[in-house]
Ligand binder design. Structure first.
Ligand code: MGD
Ligand code: MGD
Ligand code: SF4
Ligand code: MO
Length: 739
């Protein structure tokens, strides 16, 4: 990493080495940032370039500093509401994405069968010609709809534009059906609006914060962690529901170590107490909500005594925590979560949380959810897209009626040939998502891949997915390219610019250039009227009275905010975008589609003797599998561990730090992984951080380090409402392995 050695890097990241070892102290270690934001006055300093971070999807804006032409450091932009001038350890280590010697370096074309990983280096022209020929053949023989795309990350938008122009809208993002899809649909059904990203949660002003699984502090979304730290410092009562003693649990007034998969029962019991004890916001409920009487009747049986044997949470704790929520309302926030695809009834579970928020009157109130503002920055026009004749839905006979985006598993299903369907998907474009680790049931993903006529992977690393591609297109990193403006919702409207701090290394190129060149060769050049990103951005920025030149100096620009009010005024009339115009405690749309209009608890399967439920989450210094090979971040955490309760470890004779192998109910096994024997997890589950266990030798640092939870996720429960894939339904046992 240029001229900076490891110690300097750690200092900049604001983490002492001690903080890395003890998970529970991460929050303290995280908050005292050692960067003085005043020292980073942007404009005048040569060698300073604005960017927004691509290491995770919080997209913090910051400044890239060079010294003697080399990468030096990245720091937060003080004007940026996502970072408030402070980057998280991963963002600070982001320079490692640029310096990583294992990066993809040239376009590659496969020369032997898929997965064997025999490629030849190719010129860009050759690579594009190969893709264009195959795409045209697919279009001619099967129709343009037989091309599909998976995307996660900034550059995906240009490929989406290309694919829509080509005539397909089979575009899926794992951030929907493997992440926050159920949450967005649940809030849409209840409030007629989604939660969005960054979340519209007013954590900063919250007096009582209820975290159901959300492991803030390990889940390191920057501004959110900062607000959480602020709320804790000003005495907010935190109620954390988690089978594991998370970092957030260590900051909480109440830790409820719930039996995994039973959260919906706990939430129904809370609703029961809040209604039966008359603790709800009566004025708010009467004015804004629909279906209170039905709700009251529906939860009558769901007493704390009913929930106790299901959840293992004692009735008096359920009552006490319900009263704590009501006492602080409306500044009580039942956090909607983010990765919520857990058990397949996820839309219903998240809806129970949405209903709690409505009873507490916290939607549209200070300390609850604010109404976000977003800058209006028109995009330059291009011709209308052709209308596809069919899409992934046609392969699903009317299932998942509330899915508002294509679901990744749906694309896989529609790719695997069946006798009953004549329009299998034949080609995939995969931008910035490592499908073999990201989608559950990796065997099925492989089966779909093997059926393809064309697989194009656009990545910066030789990630697992690239090993199966016909053509690999190496993108330059976010530090070497422009991307579209960041226009995200927040407390006030703002835009942020990403400009290149460095020339692209090797023979790598930005996604915009790739998508445009491909489009031109496909005869779709009119959809990319701007030859360069500079002219595109400048045109876009001029429409709001700014310019590329100005944004290069500012990095983040705040726009006037005249329409938006953060909170509802007392007694204000408001029409919600739901069928009844009210907050729907009773969902008329769900009723109409034949689903429970009010969430009901049904029991999930439990592990048999000798088996434990596999749960997973995040580590503060990594983002999924995308950072595990990053030289700076690999240094901080090279492999994951499996958390095991001491009682279980004793039964199996497993010692702390010893390597074990896990085997799931279907006989799937994972790479060897160190045991972390700890009281901080329940006895009926084991836990690991996602993103490890890479199988690609070309990623030298992360190859074969730790285990991949995905290898053990051979089973899913699909959410019938919107197609999310519940992934915490696998049970594992131990196989001992000598290190
Ligand atoms: N450092 C870092 N931060 C990240 C990311 C990252 O990769 N790295 N990724 C970002 C992304 S895309 C997302 S979606 C978010 C995800 O972050 P969250 O939305 O917080 O994800 P969860 O799956 O809710 O959190 C995992 C927690 O759920 C607990 N858990 C497991 N099973 C159950 C259960 O049955 N009930 C309850 N109550 N808890 C359970 C686990 O013990 C763990 O503490 O993180 C974001 N932030
Ligand atoms: N088993 C399991 N599965 C999960 C999760 C889990 O916790 N456990 N989490 C789920 C969640 S919440 C989410 S959001 C998804 C996330 O899933 P993904 O977004 O697929 O995350 P990664 O696995 O990090 O894959 C990102 C890929 O993008 C590449 N990449 C990084 N930067 C760039 C860039 O600038 N350009 C290009 N072209 N490529 C780039 C990386 O090298 C990597 O190959 O996974 C979901 N799947
Ligand atoms: S939270 Fe960290 S990794 Fe994510 S965008 Fe911000 S600085 Fe980057
Ligand atoms: Mo996610």
């Amino acid at each position: 990493m240029g001229k900076m050695n490891r110690r300097e890097f750690i200092k900049i990241a604001g983490i002492g080495a001690g903080g890395m070892v003890a998970g529970a102290s991460m929050l303290q270690a995280f908050s005292p940032f050692q960067i003085d934001s005043k020292q980073i006055l942007s404009t005048a300093i040569p060698g300073v370039t604005p960017t927004y971070c691509e290491i995770c999807f919080w997209k913090c804006a910051g400044w890239v500093h060079k010294k003697d032409g080399e990468a030096w450091k990245i720091v937060g932009n003080p004007d940026d509401p996502h970072s408030n001038g402070r980057f998280c350890p991963r963002g600070t280590g982001g320079i490692g994405a640029y310096t990583d010697p294992d990066r993809l370096k040239t376009p590659l074309i496969r020369v032997e069968e898929r997965g064997k990983q025999v490629f030849r280096e190719a010129s860009w022209d050759e690579a594009f010609d190969y893709i264009v020929e195959k795409m045209n053949k697919i279009k001619k023989e099967h129709g343009p709809e037989c091309m599909a795309m998976f995307t996660h990350g900034s550059g995906g938008s240009y490929f989406k534009n290309m694919l829509r122009a080509f005539g397909s809208n089979n575009i899926a993002a794992p951030s929907y059906a493997q992440c926050r899809g159920p949450r967005e649909e649940a809030y849409m059904l209840t409030y007629g609006e989604t939660v969005g990203s960054p979340e519209r949660t007013d954590i900063r002003n919250s007096k009582c914060l209820v975290l159901i699984g959300s492991h803030i502090g390990e889940n390191m979304h920057n501004g959110q962690v900062q607000e959480f730290t602020e709320a804790v410092a000003s005495g907010a009562a935190v109620i954390t529901v988690d089978p594991r003693f998370s970092t957030a649990a260590s900051k909480s007034k109440y830790w409820l170590p719930i039996k995994p998969s039973t959260d919906l029962a706990l939430m129904l019991a809370w609703i029961n107490v809040i209604i039966e004890e008359g603790l709800y916001d009566k004025k708010y409920v009467e004015k804004y909500t629909y279906g209170f009487e039905q709700l009251k009747k529906s939860v009558r049986q769901n007493t704390p005594e009913w929930a106790y044997p299901i959840t293992t949470i004692k009735p008096h704790i359920i009552r006490e925590t319900a009263r704590e929520m009501a006492k602080n309302a409306p500044a009580t926030l039942v956090h909607p979560g983010r990765h919520v695809t857990w058990y397949g009834d996820d839309t219903q579970r998240v809806r129970a949380g949405a209903i709690l928020n409505a009873l507490l009157g916290s939607w549209g109130r200070r300390g609850g959810f604010y109404a976000p503002a977003k800058a209006h920055v028109p995009k330059p026009k291009h011709p209308a897209y052709p209308k596809p004749k069919r899409d992934w839905r046609d392969a699903h006979d009317g299932k998942f009626p509330m899915a508002s985006l294509a679901i990744s598993q749906g694309i896989c299903d529609a790719t695997i040939p069946t006798l009953t369907r004549d329009c299998d998907i034949k080609g995939w474009i995969v931008y910035g998502t490592n499908l073999l680790s990201t989608l559950p049931q990796p065997e099925k993903t492989l089966q779909a891949i093997q059926a393809l006529d064309l697989l194009v992977a656009i990545d910066i690393m030789p990630a697992e997915i690239t090993g199966y591609a016909d053509v690999v297109l190496p993108e330059c990193t976010y530090l070497e390219r422009y991307d579209d403006l960041r226009v995200s919702p927040g407390r006030s409207p703002n835009v942020a610019l990403r400009a290149p701090a460095f020339e692209p290394k090797y023979d790598t190129k930005p996604a915009y250039w790739m998508a445009r060149e491909l489009a031109k060769k496909l005869g779709l050049g009119q959809y990319f009227p701007h030859e360069t990103m500079e002219s595109y951005l400048d045109e876009r920025l001029k429409s709001i009275g700014s310019s590329l030149e100005e944004m290069k100096k500012l990095g983040v620009k705040h726009l006037p905010n005249n329409e938006n009010e953060l909170y509802y005024l007392d007694g204000e009339d408001f029409e919600f975008a739901t069928p009844t115009g009210k907050i729907e405690l009773y969902s008329t749309a769900l009723a109409e589609a034949g689903f429970d209009p009010i969430p009901k608890f049904t029991k999930h399967e439990e592990p048999q003797d000798g088996y434990y439920r596999l749960i997973y989450g995040r580590a503060p210094m990594h983002t999924f599998g995308r950072t595990t090979n990053n030289p700076n971040l690999n240094d901080l955490m090279a492999e994951n561990e499996v958390w095991i309760n001491p009682k279980v470890a004793k039964e199996w004779g497993i010692k702390n730090r010893e390597y074990v192998v896990l085997e799931n109910q279907d006989g799937a096994i994972c790479n060897k992984v160190r045991a972390k024997v700890t009281e901080r997890i329940r006895h009926d589950c084991v836990y690991m951080v996602h993103g490890f266990g890479h199988t690609q030798k070309q990623m030298a640092r992360s190859f074969n380090k730790g285990a991949n939870d995905t290898d053990l996720i051979s089973r899913i429960n699909v959410d019938p409402i919107m197609g999310g894939t519940g992934m915490r339904v696998n049970f594992v046992t131990f196989r001992r392995e000598v290190a």
